[in-house]
Every structure is written in structure tokens, then in C-alpha cells.
Design a protein around this ligand. Structure first.
Ligand SMILES: NC(=O)c1ccc[n+]([C@@H]2O[C@H](COP(=O)([O-])OP(=O)(O)OC[C@H]3O[C@@H](n4cnc5c(N)ncnc54)[C@H](OP(=O)(O)O)[C@@H]3O)[C@@H](O)[C@H]2O)c1
Length: 253
């Protein structure tokens, strides 16, 4: 069985570890190539886009891939859409590996919004100190609300300074600890946290910290998930793949 895993997440790397050395399985992990400090997996990997749906379909055909695993981030909409289309065209199964969304708990004060524009609007007219933990790509949406101060946390430095008159960038890669998150929010006199509903444990402590301090969280909802069976756990995905190994008809036969 030849498996292509679309990655860029902790879950994809975990699945790659499980696939490493699996007899009868040849697997490849694919990264978009956005992160400079790449952690090489235990299986072969490639980096960079495929060139749209056509490119991905051509890759699946050329590499005789039997099953495609979309283990990309829940907010990586385009590649998930491409994966669903390319797998359908190549007539191979698609497995979606996606961590469960966070769910508000008692004591949480979440303002749930559909996208970044709505998140910027939800901050209101009164100037606030905002902890912005949404990655690098969509910071521009907050130019619509320039009256706030933004403490921006990203994994890697921003390539361009954000178009925000009052901001500071701090670098950090999870997993984070609740105590450290609380300390940061307190020391920076943060009024509100903005985050995407990425799910997972590594970034969850900021939500606990916000709850402990009674701070509101503007929570951006996930985009619609691509079609296909959705599994939440890398081990579950591995079991699924192995169960399918015996039932898959080799391509081209
Ligand atoms: N969006 C987030 O919040 C977020 C957070 C953490 C990690 N990530 C990871 O970062 C990567 C990029 O995210 P994004 O939101 O920019 O994606 P995106 O908008 O859905 O995808 C943009 C393009 O990047 C290429 N691409 C994306 N993931 C790829 C992969 N695993 N392997 C090869 N090419 C890939 C594809 O190019 P072609 O069309 O040329 O094939 C795709 O059309 C993803 O792998 C994702 O898992 C994203």
C-alpha cells in the first residue's frame, strides 16, 4: 500500500511515526514548505505545493498512491478541497485526520465568529489590549480595527510588519503551559484573546488561562470540513489504514 500524508500538523507527524517501518506500506509525508524550521519525519518527505488539483492528481497517479490522508490543519481549506477532488478523480480513498474542535466549558466566555473580519469587528469600539494568536497569514484583517493594541504571537517571525499602529510580536511554539499563559496575559494587561478553533492540546492552555482570569475569547469557527471519513486520532487513522490495506485493489491491475 502506498500512502501519501498531507501534513503540516502534529497529527500528521505522529501518523508518519506510526507508518515508519510498517511492513508492506510505503509512505510519503508532504509539507507545504511554509515553516523554515522543519522537523524531519521518520518517513520520506517532500515539500512544496503540487500545483493545484491537477498537480495533486498527477502526483497521485505518477506515484501510484493507493490512499490519501489529509492530515492538514483544520484551517488549511484549499489543500483539503484539492485533496478531496484529486482523490475522487484518481478514484482512491481519502481519509481526513483532523483534531477535534475545542468546546466551551463552564466559566468560558467565548464570542464565536465565522471569520477573521468578524473577529476584528467583535473587538468593539473601545480600545483594548488584544492577544492575537491566529498565525501569520490573516493578521491583515485586524487593520480594520487599528484602535486596539495587539500582542501577536507567531511561531516564526513575520516577513512583513503588520499594518497595525500599535502592536508587538512575541515568538512561541507550543506546547504552552497554563501558568505561563496566565502570567503573560496578566503582565501584558490583556483584555481579550483572539484565536482560531484549531483544537488540540498544545495551544489549549491559553483558553484555560483566559477562563481563570475571566477574559473573553473571540473564537473563529472552523471552515467546512472536506468530504471523507474524519478520524481524530493518528492511531485511529493507522488502524483504519491497516484495515484497508488488505481490501485495497492495487492500482493499474
Ligand atoms: N492554516 C493554518 O492555520 C495552519 C496552521 C498550522 C499549520 N498549517 C499547515 O500549513 C500548511 C499551509 O497551510 P495553509 O492554510 O496556507 O494551506 P492552504 O491555504 O489550504 O493551501 C494553500 C496551498 O499550499 C499548498 N499546500 C498546503 N498544504 C500542503 C501540503 N501539506 N503539502 C503540499 N502542499 C501543500 C497547496 O499548493 P498547491 O495548490 O500548489 O498544491 C495549497 O493549494 C498546511 O500544510 C497546513 O497543514 C496551517
Amino acid at each position: 500500500m502506498r500512502v501519501l500524508v498531507l501534513g503540516g500538523t502534529f497529527e500528521a507527524s505522529k501518523l508518519a511515526d506510526l507508518l515508519a517501518g510498517q511492513s508492506g506500506v510505503s509512505s510519503m509525508l508532504s509539507f507545504a514548505g511554509r515553516t523554515k524550521a522543519l522537523r524531519p519525519p521518520q518517513i520520506p518527505y517532500r515539500t512544496g505545493g503540487f500545483g493545484g488539483v491537477d498537480g495533486l492528481e498527477a502526483y497521485l497517479e505518477a506515484e501510484r498512491i493507493d490512499v490519501l490522508v489529509d492530515a492538514t490543519h483544520p484551517f488549511a481549506e484549499q489543500i483539503s478541497r484539492h485533496a478531496a477532488l484529486a482523490a475522487a478523480r484518481a478514484k482512491i480513498p481519502l481519509v481526513v485526520l483532523s483534531r477535534p474542535a475545542w468546546v466551551a466549558q463552564p466559566g468560558d466566555h467565548w464570542i464565536e465568529v465565522a471569520d477573521m473580519a468578524a473577529a476584528a469587528a467583535a473587538l468593539g469600539r473601545e480600545p483594548k489590549r488584544v492577544f492575537l494568536t491566529i498565525g501569520r497569514l490573516q493578521i491583515g484583517a485586524f487593520a480594520a480595527a487599528p484602535h486596539h493594541f495587539y500582542l501577536i504571537r507567531t511561531i516564526e517571525p513575520l516577513t512583513l510588519p503588520p499594518n497595525l499602529p500599535r502592536h508587538r510580536v512575541v515568538l512561541g511554539r507550543g506546547p504552552f503551559a497554563v501558568e505561563a499563559e496566565e502570567k503573560l496575559l496578566r503582565e501584558e494587561s490583556i483584555d481579550v484573546v483572539v484565536t482560531k478553533n484549531s483544537g488540540g492540546e498544545a495551544a489549549f492552555p491559553k483558553l484555560c488561562a483566559a477562563r481563570h482570569l475571566g477574559l473573553p475569547v473571540v473564537m473563529v469557527a472552523r471552515p467546512q470540513q472536506a468530504a471523507g471519513p474524519v478520524l481524530h486520532d493518528p492511531a485511529e487513522a493507522m488502524t483504519f489504514l491497516l484495515r484497508h490495506q488488505s481490501t485495497l485493489t492495487p492500482r493499474g491491475v
